[in-house]
Write a protein that binds this ligand. Sequence first.
Ligand code: 5GP
Ligand code: MN
Length: 346
Amino acid sequence: MISQVIDERSIRRLHDLLDDASKIAVTCHQGPDGDAIGSSLAAMHVLTALGKDVKVIIPDPSLTQLRKLPGAKEIVDASRYPDFARKLLDDADLIICLDFNVPTRTGRLADAILSANAPKVMIDHHLDPGDFAAVTISHPEMAATCVLLFRVLCRLELFNFIDKAAAECLLAGILTDTGNLSYNVGDPELFTIVAELVRKGVDKEALTRRLFMTTSASSMRLNAYALLKKMELFADDHAALIVLSREELNRFHYSKGDTEGLVNKPLEIPGIVYSCFLREETDLIKVSMRSVGSFPVNAICADHFGGGGHLNAAGGEFYGSLDQCAELFRSILKDNSQKYKQHLNK
Ligand code: 5GP
Ligand code: MN
């Protein structure tokens, strides 16, 4: 038995909204990761089994390793089919928003989500939930949206509708957001949930291999190059910085997802508390940060890079040159105002 954490009123309202809906649109944040895709596909499988007409709409493509999840081929990518995506949102009776806290996190889908008439349901684990949904189920203490969705489905008495396909999608999300059950695993009930998903027939070993232990030679070389030639360590400031330009990415035939996990590597070095990775994209610099302990990289991303995220995993964007962005990060880590440095000692 897992404990009840979601308030009864939200569950009842969600139950009623689901009862009234036949066409359901499920959507998630841009740059969808395993938790975003996993929760969306799991919702699709369960609600389809309930007889609903369900479409998953994503703002832009997911990583290639997620495209083998059951049902992934049915996903509508709004960057390829913008008009169809808008029509699906306009025609839906209910829009389920997974793994994001504010509509801007869906990028190009934000306007369509907000202007659609259908009531929205948010199920998410990011801090600071926005107020745009008829039902908001926000639990930042959950390791993944997939954990929260599993709990929601149990409370809706839909546990038996979680088939092997849905279970695999839920486990993919949990493994993604916990680094294959490495962090954010303080809640013992998380393992009860994982056990239930394995009991549904999911092959955890194969899933781990697909999600974390499969890479191309060029991606492996790019990551090796980044660590060997591009990792700057600021031992006194307990920080690390990796910067990759467009030219460097092109040299290693970069494709989306090739640097997934790179930002975590410097944290393996004793004494390094936070790590920043800057990747030059065509029109912006993508900022990615990770930390250990209580150092709040989400605060740095919110204060300086128009972003946010979790305490230990956050991101944002920078509009300017790669050098300017790197300089800004170096100035932040040298800033002695104590705003962030006070968290280094804990
Ligand atoms: P990643 O470094 O894997 O791109 O992102 C890590 C986490 O940071 C994400 O799960 C998300 O919570 C947050 N994040 C990443 N990019 C952004 C961004 O541009 N804006 C905000 N608000 N959060 C972001
Ligand atoms: Mn998540």
